[in-house]
Design a protein around this ligand. Structure first.
Ligand SMILES: C[S@@+](CC[C@H](N)C(=O)[O-])C[C@H]1O[C@@H](n2cnc3c(N)ncnc32)[C@H](O)[C@@H]1O
Length: 315
């Protein structure tokens, strides 16, 4: 058997894995107790329960593969050899909960992601909404961008909307409520500063007008910035229909793209039910390219386009 400091380390690690050290230090759960309660997979569950206790965010009904991946990333970053060791870290280092939320919420995004959807919005959906509003004397447009990551999506929507408003020649008050659970992503979204290589999908005319260069980067100009407000909202929370910032929802358009793919089906249904309640009659829901409205909700919507996941709530 190894001796010296290395040997002590091996013994300590084995002790952690067996739960003996957990018991000695009165840690919240030892490995044997966790095994007894949930089986081996229960360690993942235990980590997510600890996370929920600290942050209020429940990742238990996210897809297992992305949860396992996020936990593995954090374990590698902290050089944790076992899940029990990681669970211990999570219990004792408050910042680790925020780190785990960051690792579990995948922020991949881009300007005009899946451009055809923005064409449908700009050519068909937004002009139709604004025309109906103009006719009824309602001058307010409201949208929710749920799971907005670092802001590229709501700013893309704002640019398209600005162009449509100018084309239709009427005056509208616009509110785009952009929400996410990842505080870092929200801070970056609020700053609205992007590197050149992040702007490849933005038309030159839009770039020049709305995203002026600032040194080696580009910054969202005031015209677009003022149309979007960012706030924290957990889509899976059933307490509120609409994000608090928006007060009452009643949205003309909700973009919830590339978020549902990370959720288990039962949670996808709950999230879509929440969004459906927040939409006004005749309002539109836009999902990600690889996402579909769960069949349970299709009775309340009609598909707008055969090829794109855009749905209109029935009146
Ligand atoms: C892959 S990104 C998609 C960003 C953007 N919608 C797009 O399609 O480019 C998924 C985003 O959803 C956010 N997210 C995950 N779970 C969430 C939840 N329960 N509530 C709100 N946002 C969530 C993540 O933090 C991440 O920023």
């Amino acid at each position: 058997m190894a001796s010296g400091p290395f040997g002590a380390l091996v013994v300590f690690r084995r002790g952690l894995e067996l739960g003996i050290i957990g018991i000695a230090l009165r840690l919240p759960l030892s490995l044997p107790r966790v095994r007894e309660r949930y089986g081996m997979d229960g360690l993942t569950k235990e980590i997510l329960t600890a996370l929920k206790r600290r942050t209020g965010i429940d990742f238990e009904r996210y897809r297992r593969a992305s949860v396992e991946h996020g936990i593995a990333l954090r374990m590698a970053a902290l050089q944790c050899a076992s899940r029990v060791a990681y669970l211990t870290q999570l219990g004792y280092a408050p910042d680790e909960c925020d780190e785990l939320v960051r690792a579990l919420s995948i922020n991949v995004t881009s300007f005009f992601r899946n451009p055809i959807v923005f064409e449908i919005l700009g050519e068909k959906i937004l002009p139709g909404i604004l025309e109906r509003k103009r006719q009824s004397g309602n001058q307010e447009f409201r949208a929710w961008c749920a799971g907005c990551a670092t802001g590229e999506e709501p700013y893309s929507l704002a640019m398209v909307l600005r162009e449509v408003i100018e084309r239709c020649g009427a005056d509208f008050t616009t509110h785009i409520f952009a929400t996410d659970i990842n505080q870092d992503a929200l801070l970056r979204a609020e700053a609205g500063v992007y590197a050149e290589e992040q702007l490849g999908t933005v038309r030159f005319a839009l770039l020049k007008r709305f995203l002026p260069r600032k040194g080696r980067r580009h910054m969202v100009g005031p015209e677009i910035r003022s149309m979007v407000s960012f706030s924290h909202d957990d889509l899976t929370s059933s307490l509120l229909t609409a994000p608090t910032e928006s007060v009452f929802g009643d949205f003309d358009v909700v973009l919830c793209r590339n978020v549902l793919i990370y959720l288990q089906r039962s949670l996808q249904i709950e999230v879509c039910e929440r969004i459906a309640r927040s939409l006004r009659a005749g309002g539109y829901l836009v999902l990600g390219e690889a996402e579909k409205l769960p069949s349970e909700l299709r009775g309340g919507f009609r598909a707008v386009d055969h090829w794109s996941p855009v749905y209109q709530k029935k009146a």
